[in-house]
Write a protein that binds this ligand. Sequence first.
Ligand code: NAP
Length: 300
Amino acid sequence: MGAGAIGGYFAYELGRAGHDVVLCVRRGFDRLVVETEGRLETLDAPVLTDPGCCPIGEWVILATKAHQTASAAEWLHRACGGPTRGVAVLQNGIDHRDRVASWTGNTPVLPTVVRCAAEVLFPGRVRHHGFSTLDVPDGSLGRDFAALFARTAATVVQRDEFELAQWRKLLQNVAIAPLTALTGRRLEVLRRDDVGALATGLAREAIAVGRAAGLPLAPEEADALVEETRFVAPDMGTSMLYDRLAGRPLEVEELTGAVVRKGNALGVPVPLNIAISALLSAVDEASRWPGGVVDLNDQP
Ligand SMILES: NC(=O)c1ccc[n+]([C@@H]2O[C@H](COP(=O)([O-])OP(=O)(O)OC[C@H]3O[C@@H](n4cnc5c(N)ncnc54)[C@H](OP(=O)(O)O)[C@@H]3O)[C@@H](O)[C@H]2O)c1
């Protein structure tokens, strides 16, 4: 469900391994084409746009953006049934089960941490840049899901400290991605001392919230996280930056918003994340206006 960057890439891997894949999409296309390792590969799989035609799936894989989850309610409702082993949620953030619980009935939900770099060029065309790993919680559901990806180029890693892995990914999502989206710049922007210091501050707050929630995150992880960005290609972007540049809604509530909500609930001050949340929400709101951002030349 949602054959964008992540859904399209992992669907292609499953199809290539011989699984019957059905793509449930919002904007239709004929066939999915994935650019990976310099090759153009096509997935011959049915592309459905009408949830009413959705079959019950052995596995249901949800890969919309987190804020689009409710719009996929009808797909989830139709695809989950007796034979369904689970709903795997391939999204960022930490509250995957809560996000889908209203529409999945008794079907078990498997949260994942997505470690993959991909972008959608237009509906039906996905470019895979690298990495193809999904972290899942240890246990029988995670084992089943890992078996599904045997004979693919993707790797499913079962983690006994899954919640910790989720939070470590969240740190990147709240410290790095928002600053690229707000400045309209790639990871090179973190090389500025002032922006780097802001990123470290955002990560420190999130770490304090995670520690208050009982997770063994170390305060120094904030410095290491920002330092690491100096060693990646400076022209690498983030999906939040691409969404901003394309005028698409942003994943604010599920990422920075999650840190703010949990910080408030646990009594941990998160002033930097509150400020960034306000700015991202304002940008996000403008993306939902009919004309996008206000045209300053069009003022009375
Ligand atoms: N891209 C990455 O490199 C990356 C890396 C790690 C984690 N993630 C996370 O993975 C998740 C998916 O991100 P993404 O980059 O794959 O997003 P994406 O490229 O925007 O793909 C989302 C897809 O879901 C479709 N969709 C939305 N609502 C739908 C609905 N109701 N029914 C059917 N399809 C629907 C969208 O269709 P439309 O074209 O109509 O909008 C789009 O094709 C996010 O949580 C993201 O943060 C992404």
